[in-house]
Design a protein around this ligand. Structure first.
Ligand SMILES: [Zn+2]
Length: 309
């Protein structure tokens, strides 16, 4: 399958919303995409370099593997031809008109088949623009305005992009830490405080860790903060022998029994432990995550798809 490379400033391993993967976390790494913010690429540059003509844009997509550069005919198993076609909105189609014996067959395939562009009513250029702006961090409303889309279409594509990121990140997940490495862990709650209900905080607990040097991280949603819950996720995500830094939450007191080095920071009296350990990175991660999480999407059922940084 040909998929668009999704490039965000950073991608997070988040708990997956799909029922089958409930309570499974996903991973994070800093991406360095060629159209990432690092290179300050703009839509004008994209247009100038790749979208200045339909032919060139399609050539570029083939070069990048975003659409197929070769197709095999289902009837005769030989290579199909890339031919111009006015009947198709894309202007091109894969075609085979070979003769077997005395009989000539005609097989056509969309140039979008099996790609990110498949089954969309958008033009290929619109899909590229939506994807590009989405990767650049424009929100749904901005992209909707730019492309003149209906609300439902913008919502659908936004969710589509998020889900695809999630699947990709899930597939690339890897464990953190190992001997000599330091991983900061922490829990946080996504949601609003309900002051009129005795400060009860509604929302979703999330638990995560970040590797100090690489900034690789994971985030999972958890139903509670018991030792059993937290340790099971630590064992899933963090290699034994890792030095784990946490606050003094009781759920972490037995980490050494599970094969980890454990250092604590007592937040009621210090930000950095006497040995120099802190949990600043993971706390910064939560702040960044909460800022990027739309307030109307902080309900438990929506939170997962929107955890990104
Ligand atoms: Zn054929």
């Amino acid at each position: 399958m040909y998929t668009v490379s999704r490039k965000r400033k950073a991608e997070v391993q988040v708990g997956c919303p799909f029922a089958k993967r409930k309570d499974v976390g996903i991973q994070c790494s800093e991406s360095r995409g060629s159209y990432g913010r690092n290179e300050e690429s703009t839509i004008d540059q994209l247009r100038e370099k790749y979208l200045w003509s339909k032919d060139h844009a399609l050539y570029w997509l083939k070069e990048e593997g975003l659409i197929a550069s070769r197709r095999v005919c289902d009837v005769c198993q030989s290579s199909m031809n890339w031919v111009e076609c006015d009947d198709r909105s894309d202007g091109f189609v894969w075609q085979c008109r070979k003769q077997i014996g005395k009989k000539r067959h005609r097989v056509e395939k969309s140039i979008r088949e099996g790609s990110w562009f498949e089954k969309s009513n958008f033009s290929i250029e619109e899909v590229i623009k939506f994807t590009y702006w989405w990767c650049q961090g424009l929100d749904q409303w901005q992209i909707k305005q730019q492309l003149g889309l209906g609300s439902h279409t913008a919502v659908d594509w936004d969710m589509f992009c998020r889900e695809l990121c999630e699947v990709t990140i899930f597939e690339k997940r890897e464990r953190l830490g190992g001997p000599g490495k330091v991983v900061q862990i922490d829990e946080s709650k996504i949601g609003k405080r309900k002051y009129h209900r005795r400060h009860v905080v509604e929302g979703q607990w999330v638990f995560g860790g970040i590797e100090q040097d690489s900034r690789k991280c994971f985030i999972v949603t958890v139903e509670d903060r018991t030792e059993a819950t937290l340790v099971s996720h630590i064992q899933e995500w963090v290699e034994q022998g890792t030095t784990i830094v946490s606050d003094c939450w009781k759920g972490y007191v037995n980490l050494e029994k599970y094969g980890y080095e454990h250092k604590t920071v007592n937040h009621s009296v210090e930000f950095v432990s006497p040995e120099g350990y802190d949990t600043n990175k993971i706390e910064g991660h939560w702040r960044q995550m909460k800022v990027s999480l739309p307030t109307h999407r902080r309900k438990k059922e929506h939170a997962l798809l929107f955890i990104s940084c």
